[in-house]
Design a protein around this ligand. Structure first.
Ligand code: ZN
Ligand code: ZN
Ligand code: FE
Length: 762
């Protein structure tokens, strides 16, 4: 940049281009205040890819400005890139905030996730002297809705779902005043100009009171929250919770509970400092906690010592829970398995048979964003479901210059887009096993792309030929004539960890999960892969010994079928003749004729795909121990085993055999059957089983690990705390430090991220 020298103008002028999370976080007022404090002139402006500042004055002040800009950032702001250069001074004397560019070249600014109500706003909400006293949509520059109200970029009110609410004079003054904590707070609103509550069916009570009355009577409330509708019911009222289960067709999958404040949580659960911090964080996720003298109704989380807990994260939740005598079940407003409702009409229709009353409002939700679920393991938050409060935060992948679209897998679907070295992973969508979810998948894909005017150059999908996401990818690739890359499922799991920690191949990864399409046509799920730079991008070094799954897909829902497959693999025909085997729990529930059919199927290999899945092995053992024969939700049997194992401390291990790249579980199985007939308790066997898996991991890595090659543990099985913490501890004894998924789920919700990272590993 050439500097022209002008005698009449003193000082210097800097041009700053800033990218990162700099919109909707009070960044411009912060810049304004900083500049005016330092007696600097110039302007600041939101653009579609961040913020531009031009600033003029004496050079020492300018340098101080740059320093403090980085050091004193507002709470939610984050600077990823900052380019600065000197330009000619213009003799400007004041500093101002310019209007946003309306026709940006390219939309790349980072969007903030929705943020829980801040302490300032809570204070005002309950302050009778404040003009927003008890106003359910109070927010400020540091809190409130973001992602769930943004239609497109740049982030300015007319492009959000607040467009239909013109600011009143008071709100406009706050919005325009750089000294106000609501300066340019796009969702700013008050009783006079902002969104309003409504209650259905019509009543004489004010909406909030009507809702509380309903809940006190043990009835079910549908509440339009931040990213969608929630179903609420008194969590201490067993009959009410059971009614919700029946109406929602959700027999046993645990419900999350919202508590009014942290002290109430402590009465029912044990709570570590990191868990408390997480609950109170701006993301305010559901945190899985251990129950302790809990007063919750048993049906909230049947046979489950844990509970998903969250705190109020919108003013409406605060108002609802403030004077309510008990915590509330708060679960997604949907039919089981379907996406969460966001529109009023749709809610009244779809949830009409579930909810007794509806507390809705007229601020539209731009896209469904479910509650996130996090568990603290090894004192670190580990993401189980990534949505509200986290999406669409980006992950940067240096060197990834292409525009890539990844469509993820099948269960716990997410999609991801990447451009300018940033990956945007969508919020959790759901399992693609029903039409409504598949529509939500298409919708999320379209919305994520449109918010950034994104057009892919490459599309990536799972190697499974029949996933609906694969079909969408194929169709898009064909229509747009784009290259389509298929990434093996477990390879993508390992790549997802590599993406988070910016690891480069070669990497050694253990990927254990329920199922994924293997490159030999069988179902994988107990894999040790080396990620490398070969054409396939990986090598299968070792795996769990495979076994047949009688009934194919049905086996995934019936652990007893998996147990049958595992037993058949060991005993063959003996399974159906030996009384000691015939009397095992998995065989008990089948009729003689069913057993006959299963025997024929196994003998002839009809509809009995082979699987090397450790997730299924968990199912088989849970069935053999009589813990679980059929599943009402994914992971139920594995959870039962984990909970059983928690109650016992033992170092005992079943024999492990690893040879020729196959980890054979047969001796372990024989050990378990032996223990079953002895006096050994079920929890003790469950604990030994976990120890054995940990030992198998240790032996595999002992065999295949090479110095300086990073190690990764991933896949849904590692959401099991005993397995994850145990494996990490055991590997640390061996001098190994494995990497794990933290910000993105180890389950299939992380696949889209891994698929994208594949592009950086060629
Ligand atoms: Zn606030
Ligand atoms: Zn107003
Ligand atoms: Fe998986």
């Amino acid at each position: 940049m050439i500097r022209e020298f002008d005698e009449t103008i003193r000082g210097d002028r800097l041009h700053l281009d800033i990218q990162g999370i700099v919109q909707g976080v009070g960044f411009r007022p912060f810049v304004y205040q900083l500049a005016t404090n330092l007696n600097l002139a110039g302007w600041v402006n939101n653009t579609a890819d961040g913020v531009v500042i031009e600033i003029e004055g004496d050079r020492p002040q300018l340098e101080q400005f740059c320093q403090r800009l980085v050091q004193q950032l507002p709470p939610h702001a984050q600077i990823d890139r900052l380019h600065r250069h000197w330009i000619s001074p213009q003799g400007q004397t004041d500093f101002h905030i310019q209007a946003s560019e309306s026709h940006p070249q390219r939309k790349t600014a980072l969007i903030l996730p929705d943020l829980a109500t801040c302490s300032h706003c809570i204070e005002e909400l309950f302050n009778p002297n404040n003009r927003r006293y008890r106003y359910p949509f109070i927010n400020c520059t540091h809190c409130g809705p973001r992602y769930s109200i943004i239609a497109t970029l740049p982030y300015d009110r007319p492009l959000t779902t607040m467009a239909g609410f013109p600011l009143c004079n008071n709100c406009q003054q706050e919005y325009d005043n750089p000294g106000d904590r609501r300066f340019h707070a796009q969702p700013n609103a008050c009783e006079v100009c902002g969104p309003q509550l409504e209650f259905h069916p019509a009543t004489n009570l004010p909406p909030l009171e009507a809702a509380q009355t309903l809940l006190r009577q043990g009835q079910i409330l549908a509440l339009k929250g931040l990213g969608g509708v929630q179903l609420l019911v008194n969590a201490q009222d067993e009959a009410a919770v059971q009614r919700l289960r029946q109406r929602k067709h959700r027999p046993s999958k645990p419900f999350a509970v919202m508590y009014p404040h942290l002290d109430a949580v402590r009465q029912d659960c044990s709570l570590s400092d990191s868990e408390a911090e997480l609950l109170q964080s701006p993301a305010a996720p559901i945190v899985l906690l251990r129950q302790r003298h809990s007063r919750l109704a048993p049906s909230v989380a049947p046979n489950n010592p844990d509970i998903g807990v969250m705190l109020p994260y919108t003013p409406l939740h605060h108002l609802l829970l403030r004077d309510f005598p008990s915590p509330l079940v708060a679960t997604s407003g949907n039919l089981s398995g379907e996406p969460i409702c966001i529109e009023n009409e749709e809610t009244l229709q779809r949830l009409g048979n579930i909810a007794d009353g509806f507390l809705l409002h007229n601020r539209p939700i731009a896209r469904p964003v479910d509650d996130s679920v996090v568990r603290v393991m090894l004192d670190t938050p580990v993401m189980l479901r990534r949505a509200r409060g986290y999406a669409p935060r980006t992950l940067s992948i240096p060197g990834l210059s292409q525009s890539v679209l990844a469509v993820g897998g099948y269960f716990k679907a997410t999609v991801a887009i990447a451009f300018n070295e940033n990956v945007f992973v969508s919020q959790h969508i759901g399992d693609l096993d029903n039409l409504a979810s598949r529509q939500a998948f298409d919708y999320t894909l379209a919305k994520l792309a449109s918010i950034y005017d994104f057009e892919p150059q490459v599309i990536v999908c799972d190697a499974h030929p029949d996933y609906p996401s694969t079909h969408v990818a194929q169709q898009l690739a064909q229509e747009e004539q784009l290259p389509l890359i298929r990434v093996q499922h477990h390879q993508a799991h390992i790549l997802s960890v590599m993406a988070e920690h910016q690891l480069q191949a070669p990497v050694l990864g253990i990927a254990w999960d329920g199922t994924g399409y293997g490159d030999d046509g069988t179902l994988w799920g107990g894999e040790l892969l080396q990620i490398d730079t070969s054409e396939a991008g990986y090598q299968r070094l070792a795996h769990c010994r495979s076994f047949p799954l009688p009934g194919g897909d049905r086996a995934a829902k019936e652990p007893r079928r998996v147990a049958l497959g595992v037993l058949w693999e060991c005993f063959g025909e003996d399974l159906f003749t030996k009384p000691s085997l015939l009397s095992l729990p998995p065989l008990q529930g089948f009729s003689a004729s069913e057993l006959k059919i299963l025997q024929t199927a196994l003998r002839r290999g009809i509809n009995t795909p082979r699987s090397s899945s450790v997730g299924r092995l968990f199912d088989a053992i849970a069935s053999l121990l009589g813990l679980q024969q059929r599943l009402s939700f994914e992971g139920e049997a594995a959870m039962a085993l984990e909970f059983a194992a928690r109650t016992v401390k033992t170092g005992e291990v079943y024999p492990i055999s690893l040879s020729g790249g196959v980890w054979d579980w047969q001796e372990m199985l024989l050990g378990i059957l032996g223990d079953r007939t002895s006096e050994t308790s079920i929890p003790h066997i469950a604990a030994k089983f976990h120890n054995s898996l940990i030992e198998a991991i240790a032996q595999m890595l002992q065999t295949y690990h090479r110095p300086s090659v990073p190690i990764v543990l991933t896949g849904g099985c590692f959401q099991n705390q005993i397995l994850l913490e145990g494996a990490i501890g055991r590997l640390q004894q061996m001098g190994l430090q494995p990497y794990i998924n933290q910000q993105f789920p180890a389950n299939d919700g992380g696949l889209s991220l891994g698929q994208i990272y594949r592009l950086s590993q060629f």
